[in-house]
Ligand binder design. Structure first.
Ligand code: NDP
Ligand code: HSE
Length: 429
């Protein structure tokens, strides 16, 4: 199988994730694509930092990657404007395909970089620059290519969404919540960029450029961060039925576009209100597709590595399989050993509703059968009581149990003389 040599510039949160993913899933990637991506060199600033990566892969000299003719795909995972911009442009000049997770460099120098990509007829993948593992770039570039995009509204910064969630749900202080987000690898090297809205601004500038077809530099984006939002605002907003989120907007109205980032109150029943922690969501409307929602982990090592590796494969296909429209074999040998789990073996929490005669001892009979079948009850409600001996609904929520236990127990309960109807059940996600 053909090996394709990859060079990583940077081995922090994202670079480490890419290394680990390519190690762990190399066989399945090779099987699906027909190519074997192999990391040849990794650029770091400090070689002495403790890492679980073979020392001979590491270098502090960018030329060992940018000028190595064997390396065909360069992944820029350093961040910031310089030296990232110089490295990306040099890699393209050297005839390499490039993948980057760097929104800051694209939002400021995207025009120069995209022009160089076109001039050199190379591939530039930047899926990881927006929304972590969410495939928003491919969705806009490929799947929605036939649409005029009317608007994109999203939560596109994992760190601030994590902070707002932890403050409201656990009453954590701002600083404590930020420390957690940093420890989990969500924050930028300089977390001020997350907090002051600039990271979201970088991302919405990229999305707006892609959606509307002309370069919108980050300096044209109106930006407010979450610095002035405190717990009291979050709590009062909740009292009024709202949730505070840091939102990014790219909206086209006639010949004008609005591109902005600021915190806003959204109604609790709005789809974006339920996006918690480091999750991101993007709500896109196109003239033919209508409304779509993309949701997933917007920051962190694994989801971002997933996006980068998707781009590495595209870069390889661009180089070697131009013109192919279906590169992935959906059937792979290594997946064939999986058996299909029978429904009886799947575990859920359950909602039960029994219709039973209102008489002492009924609940004990029902719960006795549930217990014999390894079903543990988490809560019980008996709704209404008209007259003793009449029928009442009894509702129960269970802990997790296997479907086969539930089917067996409900059959036994149905036969009880105190139960007047077929028991109802629903699975709880
Ligand atoms: P980190 O700060 O964790 O890692 C940066 C890496 O680059 C480190 O390995 C560092 O070396 C190396 N580096 C920095 N400056 C230089 C330099 N001048 N020369 C050589 N190497 C250098 O960043 P992340 O991995 O978090 O982020 C990387 C990129 O991915 C950024 O653009 C970020 O915005 C983006 N991104 C990050 C996400 C996340 O969840 N973290 C999600 C999506 C995108 P050393 O290890 O020796 O210090
Ligand atoms: N710092 C960024 C965030 C990383 O928190 O969303 C993902 O781009």
């Amino acid at each position: 199988m053909q090996e394709v040599k990859i060079g990583l510039l940077g081995c922090g949160t994202v670079g480490t994730g890419v290394y680990e993913l390519l190690e762990k899933n190399k066989d399945i990637i090779a099987e699906r694509t027909g190519f074997k991506p192999v990391i040849k060199k990794i650029l770091v600033k400090n070689k002495k930092k403790g890492r679980k990566i073979p020392g001979d892969l590491l270098t502090t000299d960018p030329r060992e990657i940018l000028q190595d003719p064997e390396i065909e795909v360069v992944c820029e995972l350093i961040g910031g404007e310089e030296p990232a911009k110089t490295f990306i442009l040099e890699a393209l000049d050297q005839g390499k395909e490039v993948v980057t997770a760097n929104k800051a460099v694209l939002a400021s120098y995207g025009e120069v970089i995209w022009n160089k990509v076109a001039e050199k007829d190379r591939f530039l993948g930047f899926e990881a620059s927006v929304g972590g593992g969410i495939p928003i770039i491919k969705t806009l570039k490929d799947s929605l290519v036939g649409n005029r995009i009317n608007s994109i509204i999203g939560i596109i910064n994992g760190t601030t969404n994590y902070i707002l969630t932890r403050m409201l749900e656990e009453r954590l202080g701002f600083e404590e919540a930020l420390k957690e987000a940093q420890a989990k690898g969500y924050a930028e090297a300089d977390p001020t960029l997350d907090i002051n809205g600039m990271d979201s601004a970088h991302k919405i500038a990229i999305l707006a450029s892609l959606a509307f077809g002309f370069f919108i530099p980050v300096k044209k984006v109106y930006v407010e961060g979450i610095e002035s939002v405190d717990l009291l605002d979050l709590e009062f907003s909740r009292e009024f039925g709202y949730v505070v989120k840091l939102l990014a907007f790219a909206i086209k109205k006639k010949n004008e576009v609005e591109v902005r980032v600021h915190p806003a109150l959204i109604p609790q029943d709005h789809v974006l209100a339920s996006i918690r922690l480091n999750y991101n969501a993007l709500y896109v409307t196109g003239d033919f597709v209508g409304e779509i929602l993309l949701y997933g982990l917007g920051a962190g090592k694994e989801p971002t590595a997933s996006a980068v590796v998707g781009d590495i494969v595209d870069a390889i296909c661009y180089r070697y399989a131009k013109g192919c429209i279906s590169r992935v074999n959906p059937l792979t040998k290594s997946s064939n050993f999986c058996k299909i789990k029978p429904m009886e073996e799947v575990e859920f929490k359950y909602y039960f509703r029994f219709s039973a005669i209102d008489r002492p001892g009924v609940l004990a009979k029902i719960s006795g059968i549930l217990g014999e079948n390894h079903i543990s009850i988490s809560s019980v409600v008996q709704i209404g009581r008209h007259n003793e001996g009449g029928c009442v609904p009894i509702v129960m929520i269970t802990h997790e149990t296997k479907e086969k236990n539930v089917r067996k127990a409900l059959k036994q309960i149905e036969k009880l003389d105190v139960v007047t109807d077929v028991p109802k059940f629903l699975r709880i996600l």
